[in-house]
Design a binder for this molecule. Structure first.
Ligand SMILES: Nc1ncnc2c1ncn2[C@@H]1O[C@H](COP(=O)(O)OP(=O)(O)O)[C@@H](O)[C@H]1O
Ligand SMILES: [Mg+2]
Length: 163
């Protein structure tokens, strides 16, 4: 795996905290981005996407739910948002069946839970690993690739709601 150009670790003390942090990141997104989320079941990956989606402009009345069975959900926001969850991926071809590589190459924002199940994991601009610390505490380890996304992490740190 290539070396990130920027890293950031954030501590979350509650679900609301993680949601607000993710929303703050979503608000900063102005151009296409590929975001990988990793962490154990129940770490808060889907919750993170829910906050991120709001920040990116998915309206309040649109529910953002886990795409674990459909593998991918699409939303209309400031940029098209695709939310994939590869936990139930049976075969690598399914990644192609749902058109993920094409979507990731398009002018969109793609967030992938269990991205480590993809063959090509070098494609991501930002990776966030959510580590479970206690029942309601999490550590978010973010890595950025390239100058633009490194700057984005810095901006995120500045606007991130305190734990
Ligand atoms: N600090 C926290 N950050 C994120 N989730 C938290 C936190 N504390 C408790 N939780 C709970 O953990 C669960 C995370 O679920 P989910 O987002 O579906 O996880 P994943 O998608 O990683 O399997 C939710 O029930 C959420 O309320
Ligand atoms: Mg999930």
């Amino acid at each position: 795996m290539s070396t990130p150009t920027g890293t950031l670790t954030l501590e979350s003390l509650s679900s609301e905290n993680t949601f607000a942090m993710a929303q703050a990141l979503g608000r900063l997104i102005l151009r296409p981005c590929r975001l990988a989320l990793s962490g154990d079941l129940g770490a808060g990956k889907t919750l993170f996407v829910q906050g991120f989606a709001r920040g990116l402009g998915v309206p309040e009345n649109v529910y953002v739910t886990s795409p674990s069975y459909a593998l991918i959900h699409a939303y209309t926001a400031r940029l098209p948002l695709y939310h994939a969850d590869l936990y139930r991926l049976g075969h690598m071809e399914e990644v192609l069946d749902i058109g993920l590589p094409d979507l990731m190459a398009s002018e969109s924002v793609t967030v992938v839970e269990w991205a480590e199940r993809m063959e090509d994991t070098e494609i991501f601009d930002i990776r966030i690993h959510i580590e479970i610390h206690g029942e309601t505490t999490r550590k978010l380890h973010a890595q950025a690739y390239g100058l633009h996304f490194q700057d984005l992490l810095r901006s995120w740190q500045q606007v991130c709601p305190p734990a």
